[in-house]
Every structure is written in C-alpha cells, then in structure tokens.
Ligand binder design. Structure first.
Ligand SMILES: [Zn+2]
Length: 341
C-alpha cells in the first residue's frame, strides 16, 4: 500500500469554492499522499465566504484518474460473488453467523453492534419494484446485497476496471459519472453514495442531479468523513481521511446541511459512526513520520482496511462515547427529496 511509485503526470488547476463560487480563500493546510505515494505537495484552502475547506489547486479532469492507482482499496472487492460465467464457489459464511456463535447469547448481537450496521442505513420502501442507484459502486458489493434484499439496482462507477467487474456479476453499471448516465427524472426510490461525495469535482451539480433522479419522497443516503470532529484538528496533515489528492472536499454537518437545503432536500439526519478506524490509521501516519519503515506504523496504517475484532472490541467503548458526543470521524447522512417537489 505504501509504495513509493511516483506519478508526475497529475496536473493541478486553481478552482473557485465548489460550494459558493467565491474565489477568495486562505491557505489552510498542505500535505502529501500518505496512502499511495502520488508525488507532490497538495494544498487545502478555506473559503473566506462560506468556510468550506477544499483542495486548491486540484487535479485536472484529464489527470484525476492518475490519483487512483490500481491498488486503490475501495476498488477492490472482498466478497466472493461469482461472475455469471464462473461456477459458484461455496458461500463463505461469516464466523458470526456460524451455529456455534448463534448459540452464545448476545455474541452475534455484539458483533452486529460493533459492525455498526446503522451506519449503512437502508430506507424502508414498501413498493414491490423498489429502484436503487449507487454512485461510486466499485465492483458492486453493496448493490449485490441490495439486490438480495429485493431491490432493482443500478450503479455508476467512474473507473472502468471495477465497473466492468460489476457488470460481470450481472449488475447494470454505467462507466462514467451520474451526469453522463443521463437517467430520466424521478427514476429512483433511493440513491446511495458511500464515501464518494468528498471525491466529486462539482458536488453541488452532482447532488442536484441526485435530487432530479429521485422520486418525490425518495431517499438520499451517503457517508463522508466528518471534518467537524476533533480528529483533523489533532492529526492535521496526518489525518487518515485527509487522503490527498483524492478527497477534494472536507465537509462538516453544517456545510452539508447548507448544501442539501440549497438543493431542495429535506433537513438531513446525521449518524455519527461508531468507529475509531481513522484514529488508528492517523496514529500510524504519525508513527511512520517519526519512525520510517516501522512495522508497527505499517500495521496501524493497514488497520482501517483490515480491522481486527479484538482491537475493535477494545476500542468500542471509546468509539461509542465519541459518537454520542457527535465526534464520530465518519458521518452517515440521511435525507429525502420532499414529497411535494
Ligand atoms: Zn465558499
């Protein structure tokens, strides 16, 4: 994950504030790509008008794909769902669904609690033909789960390789953006976007499109890192979710509320996820700066992608407390297109 591959072709361009259009911004922070080693020093600015923190200058549309190397973790699939042309392997049951675990009172409940399923809110839709769209569906793990729950599913994925893997699993996935997919008005009961909105070049425009393709009363559910919590202020350029040069925006509950209400969505509900994954990963980056080549740093940095149950159990009380204090490092945002719109 931490290879030193350089990528000199990423070109940067100045940009106005993507939320309010103001060009007056102050330098906020500079940092490097600590995740994949895309070369360069990248800068964040804070809009003087609306206080939004965004990457400026940002990668050009022509070179932004170079910021996403082949090993980019969210494009990998960890669920062994067969391609249509391949024989189905025996389904691997997670250990917490095994008969043994089921027989221990409370153990399975504890695991579900740890997994924080509430962070992945699925709206209660009563239609028999419920239609869902996922933005940034990668190779389609979430869409497959939705399909198993009876939804008709569509996906949009910018990167060709994971999109093609998703299609091989029998999913209708458009390679490109929501804009180029050109779905008809009011087509979906729910639109999902897990850790995608912070990557969008023009979030105002794309979320306006989400509003358009939702049926009146339809749900928009997404997650983003929470720039309004304590983590970015303590870890600064080592914050795991800074993720330069891929995260172009750093949203807070306030900036999201303003953006969504401007676009005509209902007042959003924020779920502070019960997770300290970013804290562990950020400690890894700090430790790596102090002790380059440290195996401990490598283990801490890998933890958010491969969390171990024991450590999660140990951290759970702290994660719960921070979520209760509305200081979760990651937010799930739940909103709707109003019925009368
Ligand atoms: Zn602004």
């Amino acid at each position: 994950m931490m290879d030193d591959s350089t990528n000199p072709q990423v070109q940067l361009e100045p940009t106005a504030c993507p939320l309010c259009g103001a060009t007056d911004a102050t330098p906020y922070r500079a940092g490097r790509d600590l995740h994949y080693g895309v070369s360069g020093l990248f800068h964040l600015a804070r809009c003087r008008s609306c206080r939004h923190v965004y990457m400026n200058p940002r990668p050009t549309a022509e070179t932004v794909a170079l910021c996403y190397p082949q090993q980019y973790a969210p494009h990998q699939s960890d669920e062994a769902t067969p391609c249509e042309s391949e024989p189905a392997p025996l389904a691997r049951r997670p250990w917490y669904l095994s008969r043994l675990v089921k027989s221990v009172p409370g153990l399975r409940g504890l695991y579900y609690w740890l997994e924080d399923k509430k962070a992945e809110f699925i709206p209660p839709i009563l239609n028999t033909e419920k239609q869902a769209l996922e933005l940034g569906c990668a190779s389609g793990d979430f869409l497959i789960r939705l399909r198993e729950m009876g939804w008709k599913v569509n996906g949009v994925e910018l990167v060709a390789e994971p999109a093609s893997r998703a299609r091989k699993r029998g999913l209708a996935v458009h390679t490109g953006t929501l804009e180029t997919a050109a779905f008809p008005d009011a087509a979906f009961d729910a639109v999902f976007a897990w850790m995608v909105v912070e990557h969008l070049r023009d979030p105002k425009f794309t979320l306006g499109e989400v509003h358009r393709v939702l049926k009146p009363g339809g749900w928009f559910v997404f997650s983003v890192p929470n720039f309004g919590c304590w983590e970015p202020h303590v870890f600064r350029q080592y914050w795991y979710a800074l993720d330069l040069p891929r995260h172009l925006h750093h949203f807070t509950p306030r900036s999201l509320t303003n953006l969504l209400s401007h676009l005509g969505f209902e007042q959003p509900r924020f779920v502070h996820q019960r997770s300290l994954l970013y804290v562990v990963g950020s400690l890894g980056f700090v430790w790596q700066a102090l002790r380059p080549q440290s195996p401990l740093a490598t283990r801490l940095i890998r933890f958010p992608d491969q969390p171990s149950l024991g450590v999660q159990l140990a951290l759970a009380p702290f994660a719960k407390l921070l979520a209760l204090m509305r200081q979760g490092g990651r937010l799930t945002v739940v909103t709707r297109r109003p019925e009368a719109s």
